[in-house]
Each structure stands twice: as structure tokens, then as C-alpha cells.
Design a protein around this ligand. Structure first.
Ligand code: CP
Ligand code: NVA
Length: 306
């Protein structure tokens, strides 16, 4: 049995296999040939943070696969009132076939997985957002941008950045991370990603200059400056991130065919301008739709490993 907690735990071949399976299931859906790959299977979805895409994609996805999703907000289950994670894990995994968790500390997810009898999927933690990267890379593949891929990530060194670092390290492409001073990526994650990159031949560059990161890049991406749980820091972050907006001037530094990706939700006028988000290079809504397809691939793949 496998969990899906970070991309660090997956090989290049496995990551590509999961995305490939997602693309095959997407073709089935688009042709009207919906197959029940997971009949009668149940997915428990524990949310300790808000979500639009993750909730809708998993709930719709498991239904289309012939199963059923249970939306469990921490306001409704006893976890939110202090029932231990290890007890919650043993109870839920004795009844459900798979569990998705969106939470704060990554260690909560690891503890849950350690006590779970069924596969656990990371639906976002403070440290990582690996399912988003499956959809992002699927979108890159669909646009034939995987060859000579150079990704520029401009913004906060956060859960999205860490997941991009592991994706680049595993798949072997060039990633340039531009963060403001004091908002750099986690030092331990950087060490781990750099070690994997050395083996795979990936190049990961860290800078404080958005222009340096974006120059000639074939994909430009960013994320909110204040992640969930950082609402109190919003004002100071807006000041600290001055000059880090992905606008038309910055996009002009990238390859002229460059794609713009954003995991969403986006804050127009902060990390991205309206013109870039709504512009011809932006594929953010395809990327969002691909959450559904990529995660169906992931659920079927994890179910097959059991
Ligand atoms: N990108 C993403 O995970 O979106 P939600 O927070 O809406 O799930
Ligand atoms: N970094 C953001 C991603 C939202 C999908 C957050 O954690 O809030």
C-alpha cells in the first residue's frame, strides 16, 4: 500500500504513470465512456482548511469512478474537538477505502498515515501541495511544453514552491525560484530537493530576482503571497513582495510561447495582474480542470497498489 504525502516519495516513472493514467481516464470521460474504475469505494475527505478545487475535484472524481466521497470538515467531526489523530485514523480507515486530508502541519498527515490501513492523500499541508503538481504537469504535457522545460516560480517560498522543487528534482527539468528576502524556501526541503536534483540532472536555481528567474522561461508560475493560516501577515507580506507581481512586463522577459500557471485562488493586482491571468498565455482554468483528471488517475493508481 502506498500513501501520497509528497513527491519526494515517488520516482519519475511513478509520477508520469499516474499522470498518464489521469490523461487516459480524462479521454474516457471526454468521449462519454465513463468507466467505474473504483466501484463502491469510499473516499473520506478531511478538510481543516477551505477549498474550492480540491473538494470539488475529489468529490466529483470519486463519484465518476463509481465510488462515493465523504466531506468531513473539522467543524463536524470530533478531530476538530480534540479527538486524537491516531484514533481518527484508525476509525476512518476501518470503514473507508482511501483518505484525503487538507491540514496545517505536515506532521499531522504523517501521523494519520502511520495509523491508517488505507492510502492517505495529501490534499495540501503548510509544507506541500503535491496533487496540484500532478495537474500542473498534465497541463504542461498537453501544451507540449515538457521538452526543454524551464519553470520560473515567482513569489512566496511555500507549499507550492516546495512541491515544484521536488517535481523538478524528480523529473529532471530546470526550475528557477525567485522569492523576496526572508520568504525563501525551507532550508531542509531545499537540501533534500538539491540532493535529488544532483542525481537526476535537474537544475534548481534560487534567486531574489524575478527577472533573473523568468528570463527565457517556458513556464511562469506564482501563488498567493499569504497562504491559508497566514491571514494576519497579509499587510506586511504585500509590502515585502513589492516587485514580485507577475505582470505583462515580467512575462515579456519569458520565452514568447511561455505558459502562465497558477494553482488558484489568485489575487489580482498582488501576485498576478489581471492582464496576465486573463491573457492568452494563461492556462489556469485548464490547469484547474486537470485537478479532476489527475486526481482520478492518482486514486485509481493508489487503489491498484493495494
Ligand atoms: N489550488 C487549490 O488547491 O485550490 P483550492 O484551495 O480551492 O482547493
Ligand atoms: N499556498 C496556498 C495554496 C492554495 C491552494 C495556500 O496554502 O493557501
Amino acid at each position: 500500500m502506498r500513501h501520497f504525502l509528497t513527491l519526494k516519495d515517488y520516482t519519475k516513472a511513478e509520477i508520469l504513470e499516474i499522470i498518464d493514467l489521469g490523461m487516459a481516464i480524462k479521454r474516457e470521460l471526454k468521449s462519454g465512456d465513463i468507466k467505474a474504475h473504483m466501484p463502491n469505494k469510499t473516499l473520506a475527505m478531511i478538510f481543516e482548511k477551505s477549498s474550492t478545487r480540491t473538494r470539488v475535484s475529489f468529490e466529483t472524481g470519486i463519484f465518476q469512478l463509481g465510488g462515493h466521497g465523504l466531506f468531513l470538515s473539522n467543524r463536524d467531526i470530533h478531530l476538530g474537538r480534540g479527538e486524537p489523530v491516531k484514533d481518527t485514523a484508525r476509525v476512518i480507515s476501518s470503514m473507508c477505502d482511501m483518505v484525503m486530508i487538507r491540514t496545517f502541519a505536515h506532521s499531522m498527515l504523517e501521523e494519520f498515515a502511520a495509523y491508517s490501513k488505507v492510502p492517505v492523500i495529501n490534499g495540501l499541508t503548510d509544507s506541500y501541495h503535491p496533487i496540484q503538481l500532478l495537474a500542473d504537469y498534465m497541463t504542461i504535457l498537453e501544451h507540449n511544453h515538457s521538452k526543454d522545460l524551464v519553470v520560473a516560480y515567482v513569489g512566496d517560498g511555500n507549499n507550492m514552491t516546495h512541491s515544484w522543487m521536488f517535481l523538478a528534482a524528480k523529473l529532471g527539468f530546470e526550475l528557477r525560484v525567485a522569492t523576496p528576502h526572508n520568504y525563501e524556501v525551507d532550508a531542509t526541503v531545499r537540501q533534500e530537493a538539491d540532493a535529488i536534483a544532483q542525481e537526476s540532472g535537474a537544475k534548481i536555481i534560487y534567486t531574489n530576482s524575478p527577472q533573473e528567474a523568468v528570463k527565457g522561461a517556458t513556464v511562469v508560475t506564482t501563488d498567493t503571497w499569504a497562504s491559508m493560516g497566514q491571514e494576519d501577515e497579509k499587510e506586511e507580506r504585500i509590502t515585502a513582495f513589492g516587485g514580485f507581481i507577475v505582470d505583462e512586463a515580467l512575462m515579456a522577459e519569458a520565452d514568447k510561447e511561455a505558459l502562465f500557471l497558477h494553482c488558484l485562488p489568485a489575487y489580482r493586482g498582488q501576485e498576478v495582474s489581471e492582464a496576465v491571468l486573463e491573457g492568452a498565455q494563461s492556462v489556469v482554468f485548464e490547469e484547474a480542470e486537470n485537478r479532476l483528471h489527475a486526481q482520478k488517475g492518482l486514486m485509481v493508481w493508489l487503489d491498484q497498489q493495494r
